[in-house]
Ligand binder design. Structure first.
Ligand code: ATP
Ligand code: MG
Length: 529
């Protein structure tokens, strides 16, 4: 088994490409085969080296290796030129002087046959000579094309003398100005597979109708018979998977770049905090379909939660702080309490959390007139502080608007987590950070980039009409536990009771910047408790 991943370097890879990468590399891995990386760079005007580099980074990051098998369709330009000459010699290709409008007009329709071009019966010698002159730059752009001579009445439009070569004076990212004619995708793609002896050429459904042409070329050129197999594109709700549309988001500055954490690009998902393992797992669970379908974003979120539940360190961060004072706790005392790093991972160990008289807790964890079933804090209520003590609220003060300003409690000295002999019952457990030791950070709270699950599926509306104005909210008041002071970039955490987060590349020493990946699945349910 020999597969390949064949991106066109005209943009960054997206979640759909991730699926294709996992499928191609995954199959070869499973059956002991190889996978090539081939850049399908036949279109000189849209391709850039930046994209080539980003594509390689993304595949490596996903965990796959093409070793020394990095190819470019442009490396085959000379061979492809020879193949075109072979077709001419066999009387199976001709140079056509018709304009592109004329060619289109004579193509016919699905119900009517096309009309043969008046240049179709040119002699082999004339065709060879014109084709050579096309290459040498004797003719202006668009004035001639090379076409296959197949069947203008074929029910398959792709078999109606498809264009194989066009004249286009545009510098190419690898071949520079060497060429002024370029092979069409359909003439380059299948042949490239054959050169590389690809056994399974896996592609998306839209190429199903092209297959007869590829098979015809393989037969007539007598080259390696790569076998094309089509599968349905991956579509994910609330995401778009079209490089052209993603480019618009970047160029029109609706996002900060290709790696904006809201982008469905691999670079964006990585910065958002998705792990390679979670994307591979997602790709696996999605499977391979023969019919178009829409996968729920919730499945992708499930995969990252499952991964991070096992692997992310737990920390305490208070997103919307309110001061809590423990009146019977000595002013200058600091206790370093044990906190488990990850209850799902026995080898993750523990860390020490400073506990002091003044703490911050979540504003949301306080209610002045709570209902009976509310297990967080309110007047005369009892709760446990995670990894610490049970407290009892006695008093509070509000600001001029009636919002909570400060909560005052006492603690039960003999109720320390792990050695609790107090006998006091606390139904709820809250997270907290020492006011003296907590550090500031920035927390970027992301929502879906679009308000509609299928933003590109509205005939009368542009997908940009569905941009979510609340896709990013920046929180600058969060207080983080001190272990987060000098955290590196790309570190994954579970903020207790709130969600999964990753440190963004904007993180500075002493000032962490977090991206929210996903909320905790059951955070809504827990809050009801
Ligand atoms: P786009 O429409 O985003 O430009 P493309 O198909 O033109 O995508 P290519 O660079 O040609 O992009 O794609 C490289 C490989 O990835 C191809 O084999 C293609 O079939 C596959 N691919 C692209 N989009 C998807 C998708 N949404 N799901 C699965 N595979 C995809
Ligand atoms: Mg393509």
């Amino acid at each position: 088994m020999h597969t390949r991943f064949p991106p066109e370097p005209n943009g960054y890879l997206h979640i759909g490409h991730a699926k294709s990468i996992c499928l191609n590399f995954g199959l070869a891995e499973k059956y002991g085969g190889l996978t090539n990386l081939r850049f399908d760079d036949t279109n000189p005007s849209t391709e850039e080296t930046e994209y080539v580099d980003s594509i390689k980074d993304d595949i490596r990051w996903l965990g796959y290796d093409w070793e020394d098998r990095e190819y470019y369709a442009s490396d085959y330009f000379e061979t492809l030129f020879g193949y075109a000459q072979k077709l001419i010699r066999k009387g199976l290709a001709y140079v056509d002087d018709s304009t592109s409008d004329e060619i289109a007009a004579l193509k016919g329709s699905t119900t009517t046959a096309g009309v043969e071009s008046r240049y179709r019966e040119r002699s082999v010698e004339e065709n060879l000579s014109f084709f050579k002159q096309m290459r040498e730059g004797a003719f202006p752009d668009g004035s001639k094309v090379l076409r296959a001579k197949i069947d203008m009445a074929s029910p398959n439009m792709h078999m109606r003398d498809p264009v194989l070569y066009r004249i286009k004076r545009a510098p190419h990212h690898r071949t520079g100005n060497t060429w002024c004619i370029y092979p069409m995708y359909d003439f380059a793609h299948g042949q490239s597979d054959s050169f590389e002896h690809i056994t399974y050429s896996i592609c998306t459904l839209e190429f199903e109708n092209h297959r007869p042409l590829y098979d015809w070329l393989i037969r007539e050129l007598e080259i390696f018979p790569s076998r094309q197999i089509e599968f349905a594109r991956l579509n994910v709700s609330y995401m778009i998977t079209s490089k052209r549309k993603l480019l618009r988001l970047v160029e029109e500055k609706h996002v900060t770049g290709w790696d904006d954490p809201r982008m469905p690009t691999i670079a964006g998902l990585r910065r958002r905090g998705y792990t390679a393992a979670s994307l591979r797992e997602f790709s696996d669970r999605v499977g391979v379909a023969k019919r178009e379908n829409l996968i729920e974003l919730a499945l992708l979120e499930f995969c990252i939660r499952e991964d991070l539940n096992k692997n992310a360190q737990r920390v305490m961060v208070v997103l919307d702080p309110v001061k809590l004072v423990i009146e019977n706790y000595p002013e200058d005392q600091v206790e370093y309490l044990d906190a488990e790093n990850n209850p799902e991972d026995v080898v993750a160990g523990s860390r020490k959390l400073p506990f002091t008289r003044e703490l911050f807790i979540e504003r949301d964890d306080w209610m002045e007139n709570p209902p009976k079933k509310y297990f967080r804090l309110g007047p005369d209520r009892i709760v446990r502080l995670k990894n610490a003590y049970i407290i009892h609220c006695h008093q509070h003060t509000n600001d001029a608007n009636g919002n909570i300003r400060e909560i005052r409690c006492t603690y039960f000295e003999n109720s320390k987590s792990g050695e609790d002999v107090s006998g006091v019952q606390a139904k709820g457990t809250l997270h907290w950070v020492s006011a003296k030791h907590g550090i500031k950070g920035e927390v970027r709270l992301y929502e879906n980039l679009f308000t509609d699950p299928e933003p590109t599926n509205h005939e009368d509306q542009d997908f940009l009409d569905f941009l979510n104005p609340d896709s990013l909210k920046i929180n600058l008041q969060a207080i983080c536990e001190p272990s987060l002071q000098d955290v590196g970039i790309g570190m994954h955490f579970q903020f207790l009771r709130s969600g999964y987060f990753v440190t963004d590349l904007d993180t500075k020493p002493g000032f962490p910047v977090f991206n929210r990946i996903v909320s905790l699945k059951d955070s809504w349910g827990k809050k009801q408790g």
